[in-house]
Design a protein around this ligand. Structure first.
Ligand SMILES: C[S@@+](CC[C@H](N)C(=O)[O-])C[C@H]1O[C@@H](n2cnc3c(N)ncnc32)[C@H](O)[C@@H]1O
Length: 214
């Protein structure tokens, strides 16, 4: 990890994820039993993205969700993706170039977003918030709120806790989540000032979906 030396946790998370970044997509497909594409489709749908809008994906990883969002907002829209891991961003940029999509992928951290206030109509975060300790969750989500326009939508997707497949996976990757994780996340998202914070009814044994409005 060559950036973001101010935060030990970030360095640790970044390092862990970084070395196996080239294996990330295949691992995600395997542990989700192929359901990850459907989860990404539901994420974009939940964000109610429209052509011409500006969208940000925080903790974008290798960029699959970001690229799907870019397709939805179209060439007249604007798409950005940030991730603390340079190797993830490198892969995401390569994919965008291959698909001919103009996406602004940057190495950055959620708690220090390199964007002005109110730049985006929508923000997405997928399977990343559970990586953050509580203080960084608060700082990061406050940053997400800052870069959204008033009324802008935020959709957070994360691992579903419990004894099912998601619980098993989170245990496997060292992120055991409390049973009330969805409620905890909802309350943190409210705490930083988001409104209409709702846990969505999306069928997935793996993922929980929360939508909120700035
Ligand atoms: C499990 S991956 C999820 C990637 C992608 N969003 C997806 O759905 O496949 C978590 C990502 O969060 C990134 N990450 C962890 N802490 C971060 C932080 N503080 N700021 C930005 N990205 C971070 C990691 O580098 C990693 O790419």
């Amino acid at each position: 990890m060559t950036t973001h030396t101010h935060d030990h946790v970030l360095e640790t998370e970044g390092d862990t994820i970084t070395w196996w970044a080239p294996l990330y997509d295949v691992c995600t497909w395997l542990v989700s039993f192929g359901s990850v594409a459907g989860i990404r489709k539901s994420t974009v749908k939940a964000a109610r993205l429209k052509a011409g809008e500006a969208v940000l994906d925080v903790g974008c990883g290798t960029g699959d969700l970001t690229l799907r969002a870019a397709r939805r907002v179209g060439a007249e829209g604007r798409t950005a993706g940030i991730d603390a891991s340079p190797n993830m961003v490198k892969i995401a940029r390569r994919k965008a170039a291959k698909k001919g999509r103009d996406v602004d992928f940057r190495v950055a951290s959620i708690e220090d977003l390199p964007f002005a206030d109110g730049e985006f109509d929508a923000a997405l975060s997928s399977f990343m918030i559970h990586h953050l300790p509580d203080d960084l969750k608060l700082r990061g989500l406050a940053e997400v709120r800052r870069v959204l326009k008033p009324g802008g939508r935020f959709v957070a997707v994360d691992l579903k806790p419990g004894k099912g497949i998601a619980g098993f996976i989170s245990h496997l990757i060292g992120h055991s989540l409390p049973d009330d994780y969805a409620e905890q996340l909802r309350s943190i998202i409210s705490e930083v000032g988001f409104e209409d914070v709702e846990i969505l009814e999306v069928k997935s044994p793996l993922a929980l979906f929360i939508r909120a409005r700035r």
